[in-house]
Write a protein that binds this ligand. Structure first.
Ligand SMILES: Cc1ncc(COP(=O)(O)O)c(C=O)c1O
Length: 427
């Protein structure tokens, strides 16, 4: 066997090992999910090889006839799911979707208001102090909303005062961006919309995390609440392939299209568009049931963990209204130590700062993926017991076998037209 063939086989084996590891794990990373068998097939179809630069109908490549049709359907479905006047499904990630908006609507030196990483915001909309992409890529000056750490949410009254003060002082933000990576409760869009529009700012809503819940009608409806544009990832609570999209009001359509191409992408990976289109169709059919189950599971997991003595944040507010819950793990050495300890038990989640604190003293847990595997409230009781036992460093063999048992009862993906096993790769 040649050296290169050996390496080739080794790579295939590693992919298989990865799938085996995940199939015997508790996947609780809040930004991840599973795609259905048909979505996976679409992503690895011939479209994976093709170029389709430019907007639908005026591509600068030949052979785009069917890719155009697929993209048109993806656009129609996205408009329907998010109640928007236009949709553009070409951004290749949530971060690229955000940057495309910045490039389309602002110039370097303009100001944007958003949530900093310190309060659960994402690096893409953070400023110079946090080396965020909005600053490093496009030179935006970024100011923070006023955040209420008690309520784990943006403070609408104080934030409106701040925005008006900025406008009076000649520092009117061009963009005001809602949305976050740590996103337990809907943001006060309704409460702030008219004040923001009054000072002449454009409202963006970054739904990277919650797009699937919005599509399922179980989170706030940003377009109905008055935002101008909404960006999102297509692979978190929205269970499509990794990618991004932008929806919004018609008057922004042309500018956004140029921000995407030639702004931030050349080819936009038509195979991913095919996967997005199928996932949108799945959400149109099963989204409401799925989103309801995801949120119920997050609440059940949080309350069972609390019964076991764990410290889940926002207890007084019912823990969460999304797919996420946050657990203070200071008593286990902090977020990094707890993440690593849980990883050694095949439990995957990630470290998290508690808003306002720089050290990651917490872990963030998401229920999107376990729900896609058909798990329900009763399973969440078992999941909580497993997490709690692992944090107490109880016997590893027993815990790993409990996880295997739970996974063996949930092999197939739910909320899809064609039920099939979640893991299919074979070396
Ligand atoms: C709020 C928010 N916006 C944008 C992104 C970037 O999304 P992507 O990973 O698809 O680039 C993330 C990713 O976690 C996020 O949480």
């Amino acid at each position: 066997m040649s050296f290169n063939l050996r390496r080739y086989k080794e790579i295939k084996k590693l992919i298989q090992k990865h799938e085996r590891m995940f199939s015997a794990s508790l996947p609780l990373v809040a930004s991840e999910n599973l795609t259905s068998y048909d979505v996976r097939k679409a992503v690895s179809s011939d479209m994976i090889h093709r170029y389709a630069e430019g907007p639908i109908g005026s591509r600068i490549y030949a052979g785009c006839k069917y890719m155009d049709e697929v993209e048109k359907m993806a656009v129609e479905l996205a408009k329907e799911l998010f109640h928007s006047e236009f949709a553009d499904v070409r951004p290749i990630s949530g971060l690229i979707a955000n940057l495309s908006v910045y490039v389309a609507l602002t110039s370097p030196g303009d100001t944007m208001v958003s949530l900093p990483v310190l309060y659960g915001g994402h690096i893409s909309s953070a400023g110079e102090e946090e080396s965020g992409s909005a600053w490093t890529v496009h030179g935006l000056k970024v100011e923070s909303f006023v955040f209420d750490t008690e309520r784990m949410n943006i403070d609408p009254d104080e934030s409106i005062k701040k925005l008006r003060r900025m406008a009076r002082e000649g520092n009117r933000p061009k963009l005001v961006t809602f949305g976050a990576s740590l996103f337990l409760f809907p943001h006060p869009v309704k409460e702030m919309e008219s004040a923001i529009h009054e000072i002449g700012s454009t409202i963006i809503y970054d739904a990277a995390h919650v797009a699937g819940l919005i599509a399922g009608g179980r989170f706030q409806d940003p377009m109905a609440e008055g935002v101008d544009l909404m960006t999102f990832s297509t692979h978190k609570t929205l269970f499509g392939p990794q990618g991004g999209a932008i929806v919004g009001k018609e008057r922004y359509k042309e500018a956004i299209s140029k921000g995407i191409f030639p702004g931030l992408t050349s080819n936009h990976h038509p195979n991913l568009v095919a996967g997005k289109a199928l996932a949108f169709a799945e959400l149109a059919e099963f989204g409401n049931k799925y989103a309801s189950a995801v949120i119920d599971n997050a609440k059940s997991l949080a309350s069972r963990l609390t019964e076991l003595g764990e410290k889940v944040l926002a207890e007084g507010m019912g823990f969460t209204e999304s797919h996420q819950l946050v657990m203070d793990v200071s008593m286990y050495g902090g977020g990094i130590a707890a993440e690593k300890l849980l990883e050694s038990y095949n439990i995957f989640c990630n470290r998290q700062s508690i808003p306002g604190a720089h050290e990651p003293k917490a872990i963030r847990i998401g229920t999107s993926e376990l729900t896609r595997l058909g798990m329900t409230k009763d399973d969440m009781y078992e999941v909580a017991d497993i997490i709690h036992s692992a944090l107490l460093k109880r016997e590893k063999k027993r815990i790993l076998s409990k996880i295997k048992g739970l996974r063996a009862r949930h092999k197939d993906l739910e909320y899809t037209f064609l039920r099939a096993p979640a893991f299919t790769y074979s070396a």
